[in-house]
Design a protein around this ligand. Structure first.
Ligand code: ADP
Ligand code: 5SP
Length: 477
């Protein structure tokens, strides 16, 4: 049996799946957590990947590996390949002013949308680089190369595999660093930087220079079926390294999204995206016109607040996530008017980086754990329903994935908020699965069957979104 490994290095954790390259059968898996916070030293991602790989039984029998990673994070490397400072993650909002400045300097949102398919907000790498240049000029000067989380992990894997040392978390912890010139990325992740154009498939180093004042070395952008490298890991056969991609692009691959589908992913971020044949450019800046991992495009709307809204509600109520789900289903639709605006990390869509969350409609009658649970689920989903509207599609299917899609309350309430039936694939690590699928394409023609889906239907309750829209007009920044 030829095996492939897929990695999901996302915000909260690293997951590894090891699957049969031909059939996709799940053979082994592992997981390790990442530290909390919106700036993280990349070495934590490497440690977590090694621990997750170890839990997944290592690389025995693995012929190819691919990394899907959280998008946009700014990883700065010095001329020796050492990390210059902690990476600023996609959900770090300190570069909000830099984003506004960059939009103004270039002549407005439409200029950016036309140039790179997106309008800068704090999440995108280009704004983080401006922040670095302005606030930490010494670190900016030391920056010889800039890459993204998945690029950096792919590069570390190249070094570890090329060392010829057999895999173990301890043996690979300090694996040699390859030359900076070996850094690679893919279209999908490059399209989230703000200095690569999905429409032309080329870097816009002029925009990088405008933002950062210099043009550090950038990873080579590989095509979907290119190899990032191949190396022998201590007596095993050669292990091919696939280009990898951003986590949303990997999820699209993993869930088998096809044109006509809209995927709603409820992880740390909430994302709503679709596979498209042509690039997109939304001057309103709601839809980011990303590229995907197949050579197509992935228009995507992202909120900063998804699964962790439920984590927070469960914490307040003092219950587990399963109990929160049960509670939410005990309260009536609309939670008798209790409305939760879930901007717990500020918000990206709408662009409210300094906003905070709020609760409206609190009365003696709605001051119950069940009402709070329902309001948390509905508030989170209302943010995603707005994202679905922004995508302006008439989807054939709306697929629900990500950690919070495991909640029965979320599955049952989603159709009432979105106003359409929801298709829920079996719970799985779709980002890691997509990466594994990409790896499999390097060694075979994979024939992976998707599992049975469940369809959830429910009568739309438009008043919930109406009240939510009113509540978003009354929040504190
Ligand atoms: N049964 C559940 N109900 C609600 N939320 C859940 C459930 N299981 C996991 N989650 C949440 O999903 C989140 C992790 O989802 P995941 O898609 O792995 O995120 P990420 O890829 O961003 O790290 C966590 O915040 C976790 O609490
Ligand atoms: O910023 C975006 C998409 O533009 C986020 O979706 C990140 O890619 C983080 O993803 P998760 O950790 O929530 O999967």
């Amino acid at each position: 049996m030829t095996l492939v490994a897929g990695v999901d290095s996302s915000t909260q954790s690293c997951k590894v799946v090891i699957r049969d390259a031909e059939t996709g059968e799940l053979v082994r898996q592992g997981r390790a957590t990442h530290p909390a916070g919106t700036e993280v030293h990349p070495s934590h991602w490497w440690t977590a990947l090694l621990r997750a790989l170890e839990e997944a039984g290592g690389l025995d029998g693995v012929a190819a590996i691919s990394v899907g990673g959280q998008q946009h994070g700014m990883v700065c490397l010095d001329e020796n390949g050492h990390v210059v400072r902690d990476a600023l993650l996609w959900n770090d909002t300190r570069s909000a002013q830099a984003a506004l400045d960059l939009v103004a300097e270039l002549g407005g949102p439409h200029v950016w949308a036309d140039a790179v398919g997106l309008v800068p907000v704090a999440s995108f790498t280009v704004t983080k680089l401006r922040w670095l240049a302005e606030h930490e000029p010494d670190n900016a000067r030391r920056t010889a190369a800039v890459c993204l989380p998945h690029d950096w992990l792919t590069w570390r894997l190249m070094g570890a595999l090329a060392s010829g040392v057999p895999f173990s978390a301890a043996a690979w912890a300090d694996a040699p660093l390859p030359p900076l010139s070996h850094l690679v990325t893919d279209r999908g992740d490059a399209s989230g930087t703000g200095y690569w154009s999905p429409a032309t498939g080329a870097y816009r180093t002029d925009l990088l220079k405008t933002a950062f004042g210099a043009v550090p070395l950038l990873p080579k952008v590989l095509g979907p079926t290119d190899e990032a490298g191949a190396a022998v890991a201590g007596g095993a056969g050669p292990i091919l390294i696939a280009p990898g991609t951003g986590d949303n692009m990997a999820a699209a691959l993993g869930v088998g999204a096809r044109p006509g589908d809209v995927v709603v992913s409820l992880g740390t971020s909430g994302t709503v995206f679709a596979v498209a044949e042509t690039p997109s450019a939304d001057p309103k800046g709601l839809v980011a016109g990303f590229a995907d991992a197949t050579g197509r495009f992935l228009p995507l709307v992202c909120t900063l607040n998804a699964a962790r809204v439920l984590d927070a509600a469960a914490r307040i109520a003092g219950v587990t996530l399963d109990e929160l789900s049960t509670l939410a289903l005990q309260a009536p639709p609309g939670a008798d008017g209790l409305t939760l605006v879930p901007y717990l990390e500020g918000e990206r869509t709408p662009n409210r980086p300094t906003a905070t969350g709020s609760v409206h409609g609190l009365t003696l009658a709605t001051a119950t754990p069940a009402h709070l649970a329902r309001a948390a689920v509905e508030g989170m989903l209302c943010g995603l329903a707005d994202a679905l509207d922004a995508l302006a599609m008439q989807p054939e299917r709306v697929l629900l994935i990500g950690g919070a899609a495991r909640s029965e309350a979320v599955r049952r309430i989603a159709p009432t908020i979105f106003g359409v039936p929801i298709t829920v694939p079996p719970p799985a690590e779709y980002v890691a699965d997509g990466a594994a699928f990409q790896a499999a394409t390097l060694v075979t023609t994979p024939d992976w069957q998707s599992g049975d889906t469940a369809v959830y239907e429910g009568d739309p309750v438009p008043s919930i979104r109406t009240r939510y829209a009113r509540a978003t007009g009354h929040i504190l920044d």
